[in-house]
Design a protein around this ligand. Structure first.
Ligand code: SER
Length: 849
């Protein structure tokens, strides 16, 4: 038992047998802690369990937790490659007690595992305790039998563990192994403690307090335990190698890198290969958890890590993108323990390749500039801030890349100068906004955007997260607080709420915090990357700086997902059936329905609509996974992805694919491939059912299709069914016979109507008018007159009646008056047999009315 994968299993098994629940690793982007950049320890996912805010069905747990320490309080980025033990990504093995066992049992469990299960020699081990923690010291003596000189008291923060500036914390006790005199370094607390000889591999934290604010610390409801063992460090100990980079897992990654480079891991290359291996690992895991390279926040840390690795690849002679080629080796090594790597392999590969391809050109030019600028500098000198800023701004060199590049020559960077240059540029950007003529009500978002930075969107992975309120806006102005009943716009550092875009409506839900809650009725995007939650304070008072819980209305979002994915399927089906001239002209993805406008210059026949619906449902029942990938717009379009007319795309685009084509050129290839930033179902089966409910024309050459999915589609069908059954019941026949019966009834009715008209005509000219008024031929003032008021005769039959009257009268005037109802009583015709010119028929009709 010494491979990394075996050690992980052995650890979890040991604690499972000791009554611990084996809990899966949480994502690297902490959803339950807005103050943390990345999950940096196993306890992060349990933070609220320690403080008593959250209850779990177990009081003991064990995990192998993915962790990144490359930004924020715990940052090891600068050390990677230069020490035997630092990594930006590592796995932390831990056991946790939530008010169950405490110090004594924690020490006993740890000691038994390392000495009995892992077989470490007692005389090589030593521990540290917080300087005032006599209790822990006495347990180490009692349980492990360690002598006083092997229980070292440390007064610094090294032995008081805190996750961040706030959160659960407590004194801790670290376990070290002495790796032998041949390695440089001294025991903890000594001047040489930074060396690699004494290796810390397990930290037992006695969680007792919660740091509420910087100044205030309170007791936790129940003392708890949080331990963290570096898996890679334990592997290096058990495999008898000096560095984590020589363990089996890293050897395989480094081999993959050196074979991709066509260069063996010679002494000159070692540090760079290690950096590449470590940085590839953190990059892949970050992308798998939804972080994409960008110029801000987590995305920028990822970009820094990647670009740093690329420089090292360049140093080793790489002329082509390299990191993406290591993905298969990583998936092989770690995919079983972390299936998200397998699921995300394509997305990871494309993201790395894209970032590498794009940065390569500027990397080479930037390195040229850097070597010119430092040509005359010697060890101990400083590079001016202007040049470092130019490298940053024009060549995309993160500051730490420049620092790393100069490290070997012992040249530093003038940081004050760098910051000054950066500030100057920001000032200029501010001035140009002022002149950009934005609507006054919208300008409020620019300063907010500048202070808060872009909002981190977590909504592809989660519908619930914590965040920090960065700004509140009321009536177009930023305010510090808002009270019950206030309409307010809320900006939070990270959010699972989707901001309206690409036709998909913004999310609704609840943002709540200590004593307040806000009902969110919409989410909009403003000022380049700001997500603005619009809502009303339902109770309490909300203040900027508050920690909040953001919860998307799950049922509504589920319907939005289904409708958005269905839009893609209908789009593709229409193109397949009607031709590729069909292009989306706009869409609305609402929770209750979807509306989809397409260019097509003739009506779509009912048969065609039926076929489109059938094709879409064919993919629904495939229940195939919906995959998302990231690539450049050009690559995406080259792959056949549909780009939407009028949409603005960034350099990188998400490409959403769903379904497997069944026929023709699409057979066995992804069915629908579209550029899309929206949220989708996980598998097509989640759409449930697609039902097209209408097709109409909205403008010349533009048709509008409306459709329903899932429950709404089922309800629609159900209503149709009920109506059919009601019709069948009224006809006293079975529903299946309704169409034939209705047709027969319509024929019969037509026949009857015809007969009726004939009968009425006869009656009307007979002795009694249908109205019952006797009709006679009269002679008035010497002119023959036949006047009739008839009812039940349609207007178009009045003229033939008048003609028949004329015939019977011979000479004179005929007026036939249709008196069907009061409101159309004026309808009549007058005929003159031989009186043309003497009498105006219209006057007669008017008079009769
Ligand atoms: N939280 C502690 C650490 O990260 C122990 O898990 O070291």
């Amino acid at each position: 038992m010494s491979g990394v994968n075996e050690i992980r299993s052995a650890f979890l098994d040991y604690f499972r047998k000791e009554g611990h629940e084996v809990v899966a690793s949480s994502p690297l982007v902490p959803r339950n802690d807005p103050t943390l950049m990345f999950t940096n320890a196993g306890m992060v996912q349990f933070k609220n369990v320690f403080t008593g805010l959250e209850k779990r069905p177990y009081s003991r747990a064990t995990t192998a937790q993915k962790s990144v320490r490359a930004g924020g309080k715990h940052n090891d980025l600068d050390n990677v490659g230069y020490t035997a033990r630092h990594l930006t990504f590592f796995e932390m093995l831990g056991n946790f007690s939530f008010g169950d066992y405490f110090k004594e049992r924690a020490i006993e469990l740890a000691w038994n595992l390392i000495t009995r299960e892992f077989g470490l020699k007692k005389d090589k081990l030593l521990v540290t305790v917080y300087h005032t923690d006599d209790e822990a010291a006495s347990y180490w003596k009692k349980i492990a039998g360690l002598s006083d000189d092997r229980i070292i008291r440390i007064a610094t923060s090294d032995n008081f563990w805190a996750m961040g500036d706030t959160g659960p914390c407590g004194p801790c006790s670290e376990i070290f192994i002495d790796r032998g005199e041949h390695i440089w370094g001294g025991p903890p607390g000594s001047p040489e403690e930074d060396g690699d000889r004494f290796l810390e591999f397990w930290n037992l934290v006695f969680m007792q307090y919660e740091q509420v604010t910087k100044e205030e610390r309170v007791d936790l409801p129940r003392p708890s335990i949080d331990t963290g063992m570096g898996l890679e460090r334990m592997a290096s100990i058990l495999q008898g190698v000096e560095s984590v980079f020589e363990t089996d897992l890293f050897r395989h990654l480094i081999d993959a890198a050196s074979s991709a480079l066509g260069r063996g891991p010679d002494a000159d290359a070692v540090a760079s290969l290690r950096v590449i291996a470590d940085h590839s690992r953190s990059s892949c895991f970050l992308v798998a958890d939804g972080v994409l390279p960008s110029n801000e926040g987590r995305g920028y840390v990822l970009r820094r890590i990647m670009r740093r690795a690329m420089r090292h690849a360049q140093l080793l002679g790489a002329r082509d993108p390299l990191m993406w080629r290591l993905v298969p080796a990583l998936v092989r090594e770690m995919g079983q323990a972390y299936p998200e790597l397998v699921r995300g392999e394509q997305m990871i590969t494309e993201t790395l390749k894209l970032e590498e391809t794009r940065f390569r050109k500027t990397l080479v030019r930037g390195l040229g500039l850097l070597s010119e600028a430092t040509e005359k500098l010697a060890s101990g000198d400083m590079l001016d801030g202007e040049t470092a800023f130019k490298l940053y701004d024009t060549y995309g060199f993160p500051l730490d890349l420049t620092q790393d590049a100069l490290r070997q020559r012992n040249i530093s960077v003038n940081l004050a100068g760098f910051t000054e240059a950066m500030e100057r540029q920001k000032e200029e950007a501010r001035k140009s906004w002022a002149g950009s003529g934005d609507v006054a009500t919208e300008t409020v978002w620019f300063p907010v955007r500048e202070n808060a930075g872009a909002t981190e969107f977590l909504g592809y992975e989660t519908e619930q997260a914590e965040g920090l309120i960065q700004a509140l806006v009321r009536d177009g102005k930023t305010v510090d607080s808002a009270g019950k009943g206030d309409a307010v716009a809320v900006v939070v550092n990270q959010t699972p709420f989707y901001g309206e875009s690409g036709g998909q409506m913004g999310d609704t839900g609840v943002i709540s915090g200590d004593g307040f809650s806000i009902e969110i009725s919409d989410t909009q995007k403003k000022a380049d990357g700001l997500f603005v939650h619009l809502g009303k304070v339902a109770n309490g008072t909300v203040k900027t700086g508050a920690t909040v819980e953001l919860k998307v209305d799950h049922a509504r979002r589920t319907r939005l997902r289904a409708n958005h994915s269905a839009t893609h399927l209908i789009h593709e089906a229409l193109r397949e059936l009607l031709g590729t001239h069909v292009a989306q002209k706009g869409s609305l993805v609402a929770p209750e329905r979807l509306r989809f406008d397409i260019s097509h210059n003739k009506p779509i026949s009912p048969d065609e609509l039926e076929e489109v619906e059938r094709m879409a449902n064919e993919i629904v029942v495939q229940n195939s996974p919906v995959t998302t990938r990231l690539m450049s717009v050009d690559d995406a379009i080259a792959e056949g992805a549909m780009a939407l007319f009028g949409e603005k795309y960034g350099d990188e685009v998400r490409v959403v694919s769903m379904g497997t084509g069944l026929h023709g050129a699409k057979a066995n290839r992804p069915y629908s491939v579209e550029l899309c930033g929206g949220t989708h179902v996980r598998a097509t089966g989640d759409i449930g059912l697609v039902r097209i409910v209408s097709d109409s024309a909205v403008a010349a050459g533009v048709r509008r299709i409306e459709a329903l999915t899932g429950e709404a589609a089922r309800k629609h069908l159900d209503e149709q069914d009920k109506r059919l059954k009601a019709a069948a019941a009224a006809l006293k026949i079975s529903p299946a016979d309704v169409p034939a019966r209705v047709e027969a009834l319509l024929d019969e009715r037509k026949k009857l109507e015809k007969e009726l008209i004939e009968a009425r005509k006869k009656l009307a000219l007979g002795d009694r008018s249908p109205a019952g008024v006797p009709a006679e031929n009269e002679t008035i003032a010497g002119v023959g007159f036949l006047g009739k008021a008839v009812s039940g005769v349609s207007p178009k039959d009045l003229k033939p009646l008048a003609d028949a009257g004329k015939k019977s009268l011979g000479s004179g005037i005929v007026v036939v008056f249709g008196a069907r109802a009061a409101n159309n009583a004026r309808r009549g015709v007058a005929g003159t047999a031989d009186q043309a010119g003497r009498v105006n028929p219209q006057h007669l009709v008017g008079g009769a009315a």
